[in-house]
Design a protein around this ligand. Structure first.
Ligand SMILES: *[C@@H]1O[C@H](CO)[C@@H](O)[C@H](O)[C@H]1NC(C)=O
Ligand SMILES: *[C@@H]1O[C@H](CO)[C@@H](O)[C@H](O)[C@H]1NC(C)=O
Ligand SMILES: *[C@@H]1O[C@H](CO)[C@@H](O)[C@H](O)[C@H]1NC(C)=O
Ligand SMILES: *[C@@H]1O[C@H](CO)[C@@H](O)[C@H](O)[C@H]1NC(C)=O
Length: 255
């Protein structure tokens, strides 16, 4: 009698517990080891699915990514540029060159290339060349083969149910601005399409510089957003669901 009650309780707690795990999406392919080959392939497989959004993990569609705030940049020469109603397209084009794990630093390193288009409304106040500017219009920037080197430091933490979850401690990245870039700002010089066109040509011929000044803050936003989304993902699925590498001491934070 007591035994069967215990069994029932056990079954209840076992299956109730199992039911609470969110089923892993089929585009997530856990690795049996931390080899570059497996991590790179798993990342390649995961990107298209994750970018479409995972509602059960609270992840919205990411391509396009709508910027929910104004981005302001101070450019050399006291030029202030504000970018609003921004939209970044292209996260689904990202391809990992290489993903690797540095176990002793609990760090994952992503080398990724993407093609991005940034569109939005800009306003600019300041002085460029000999001209005083106070204007606004539409901005469109296309960047081909943007290269991103991203290092993510993470640990595994146990929740009260004894399930391990990844937690992102910090991240840093650097970027170079691709093989090609084209920028178009409409109405740069009010009522003077010829000057606008000339200045744009100058800007486009210094594309690395422009991309850094202009693209940098937008990329900051996008990567911060992507890291937030990744943390939602880690909160939703347990370590054991997303990795088949046995958990050992070195996954946890040093004391
Ligand atoms: C964003 O910038 C636009 C145009 O400059 C402005 O009208 C709007 O109030 C700003 N929004 C926020 C949240 O600062
Ligand atoms: C970017 O676009 C170019 C030209 O369309 C293509 O050849 C390249 O493979 C794309 N790169 C990525 C990372 O998607
Ligand atoms: C910029 O966009 C405008 C309007 O879409 C277009 O007329 C113009 O030719 C474009 N300029 C460049 C340099 O692409
Ligand atoms: C990421 O999350 C943090 C903490 O909730 C928040 O302050 C930040 O604005 C988020 N970043 C983006 C780009 O949404």
């Amino acid at each position: 009698m007591t035994k069967s009650v215990t069994t029932i309780l056990f079954l209840f707690s076992c299956c109730h517990h199992t039911l609470q795990l969110n089923p892993l999406p089929d585009f997530i392919h856990p690795c049996d080891d931390h080899s570059d080959e497996c991590l790179t392939k798993a990342t390649l497989d995961a990107i298209p699915g994750v970018v479409k959004g995972i509602p059960e993990a609270g992840i919205p569609p990411l391509d396009p990514l709508y910027l929910d705030r104004n981005i302001t940049m101070e450019l050399p020469g006291n030029v202030k540029l504000t970018f609003h109603n921004g939209k970044l397209t292209g996260l689904s084009t990202c391809i990992p060159n290489k993903v690797s794990s540095i176990r002793e630093k609990r760090t994952f390193v992503f080398d990724i290339r993407c093609n991005f288009t940034i569109k939005g409304h800009y306003s600019i106040v300041g002085r460029i060349l000999l001209f005083n500017l106070n204007t606004d219009g539409h901005a469109k920037i296309k960047i081909w083969n943007q290269h991103i080197h991203l290092e993510v430091l993470e640990k595994v933490v146990m929740n009260e149910k004894g399930e391990g979850h990844y937690k992102i401690n910090s991240y840093k990245y650097n970027a170079d601005y691709g093989t090609d870039l084209k920028m178009n700002l409409t109405n740069l010089f009010r009522g003077s399409p010829e000057i606008s066109e000339n200045v744009l040509n100058v800007l486009n011929s210094n594309s690395q510089l422009v991309a850094q000044e202009f693209g940098g803050p937008i990329l900051n936003y996008a990567i911060d957003y992507a890291m937030n989304v990744t943390q939602h993902f880690f909160d939703t699925y347990t370590y054991d669901q997303i990795s088949h590498v046995p958990l050992t001491e070195d996954f946890f934070e040093d004391n």
